[in-house]
Design a protein around this ligand. Structure first.
Ligand code: CMC
Length: 427
């Protein structure tokens, strides 16, 4: 393979290096282009731009492959638990028994929130969107532990990472309970991470909480499936915010805000709202398919399409099966599942979707599971955020340890040329 690419511009030849990844992806290193040729590249939405080299997650959108640190998403979702996957993503290897035991215990030790944060949470209107509240509280955590993380000190880094992994599930549960008007409680230090999350969220003050294996297993799977997805919008946000040396909590808080939007993590809420709308409208899926294809109609088929998957999103395949299992185990017959399946079938046979390679993505079926677990629509993206937490942490850590430069894109200016100031009286 050639190791260089030649660009000819203004009758001058410039050589650019090629960079090859471990899965044979090839990129052109354009970092010398501006200095040598006075050119920059223009790529709105970064559709074709690699922002870093990373060893965390591999994704082949054409083949529908997703691997965390080399392990297939199918294996991890069906065989691992969320904490193992979090450890794997952040530190690079699956933990052995002792490492996992210590990791889990160290997280439990840190799962305490300063009582004053309750005051902040309680001062938000109960109707506030949980994503805004979670982002704000995550940033608020900094105020209670303002010391900056010394990234060259392994213990310091470990402490910051575990603090976040420990406190965010408590905040997630609290945000949910506050919306429901339930007392803010801690779970049980003797429980596993996901079991404790279920208890913290669903326990009622006047009755003993009984664990349900279907709920725990569904939550575990969903958290793993959301745990990382390389340089998506929120992860890129975390990396770019962190590249200015903003702390881990502040960077993750920014990631939560980026995830909130309906083109990204907010799609899971939007999908269920769409399915319910179709149901309430009489269930005519064809009508909504036409709307999705009509360029003059802003309606999009939410949960369909993906920037990098031009084939089935492997996570959607797993979640579709899980949705069936969860509904069956919990004895739920939800007509929105039938609407979702009908939309999927029609889209996969429709030229508009086939030509554009639009397939169901991770968000298409996840809301149906959350709904079956009695999690309200506005909490869906919060659940996604909790799942994505190890990914954000892993990327923040990788970016800082690789000593990546501050993220600062360039632009092509298309505004006015120089002109004279006109005094107010003459305008
Ligand atoms: N419904 C109808 N048309 C669509 C859809 C859709 N869901 N998605 C893309 N298209 C069309 C789009 O109109 C465009 O058509 P044309 O070429 O005629 O102009 C073409 O497909 C390419 O779309 P794009 O918006 O240029 O593609 P993108 O890579 O910029 O956007 C996307 C990807 C995920 C934002 C988009 O597919 C979308 O809006 N999907 C719905 C929202 C959604 O489900 N988001 C969750 C993404 S997965 C979770 C995550 O990781 O964030």
């Amino acid at each position: 393979m050639s190791k260089k690419v030649n660009i000819n511009y203004n009758n001058l030849n410039f050589e650019l290096d090629l960079v090859k990844g471990s899965e044979n992806e090839i990129g052109i290193d354009i970092s010398s282009l501006r200095n040598n040729a006075n050119l920059i590249t223009l790529d709105p939405g970064f559709k074709n731009t690699g922002s870093c080299k990373s060893s965390i997650t591999f994704l082949d959108g054409e083949k529908g492959i997703l691997r965390y640190r080399g392990y297939s998403i199918e294996d991890l979702a069906n065989k691992a638990n969320f904490l193992e996957v979090a450890y794997l993503l952040i530190f690079g290897e699956l933990p052995n028994k002792k490492q996992l035991h210590d990791f889990s215990n160290d997280i439990k030790e840190r799962a305490i929130i300063d009582e004053d944060l309750r005051i902040i949470l309680n001062s938000y209107p109960r109707s506030a969107h949980p994503m805004g509240v979670l982002s704000s509280l995550t940033s608020g955590l900094v105020a209670f532990d303002p010391s900056a993380v010394n990234i060259d000190d392994e213990d310091d880094m470990y402490d910051a990472i575990l603090n976040l992994l420990a406190k965010i599930p408590v905040l997630v549960a609290w945000v949910y309970r506050r919306r429901q008007g339930l007392p803010l409680e801690y779970g049980d230090i003797n429980l596993g991470y996901v079991e404790n999350l279920a208890k913290m969220m669903f326990q009622r003050p006047n009755k003993k909480y009984i664990q349900n294996d279907t709920i725990v297993s569904a939550l575990n799977k969903l958290l793993i499936l959301h745990a990382d997805h390389e340089q998506n919008c929120s992860t890129s946000t975390v990396r770019i915010v962190g590249s200015s040396y903003a702390g881990l909590f502040a960077s993750v808080s920014a990631g939560i805000s980026a995830l909130w939007g309906r083109l990204h993590g907010g799609a899971n809420q939007a999908v269920l709202e769409m399915l319910e709308k179709i149901q309430n409208d009489g269930g005519d899926t064809k009508k909504f398919m036409s709307k999705a294809k009509d360029k003059s109609d802003p309606f999009r088929l939410m949960g369909f399409g993906h920037r990098v998957y031009k084939n089935f999103d492997p996570r959607a395949k797993i979640i579709k099966v899980a949705a069936h299992e969860v509904l069956k185990d919990l004895g739920i017959d939800d007509p929105v599942l039938d609407i979702a399946k009908a939309l999927e079938k029609e889209a996969l046979e429709d030229n508009y979707f086939v030509e554009r390679k639009l397939y169901p993505n991770v968000d298409f079926y996840s809301g149906i599971i959350y709904k079956a677990l009695e999690i309200p629509n506005e909490m869906f993206t919060v659940m996604f955020a909790l799942g994505r937490l190890p990914g954000w942490i892993a990327h923040w850590r990788e970016m800082r340890m690789n000593k990546e430069p501050i993220g600062r894109p360039r632009q092509i200016y298309i505004g006015e040329n120089p002109r004279d100031y006109i005094s107010l009286t003459k305008r």
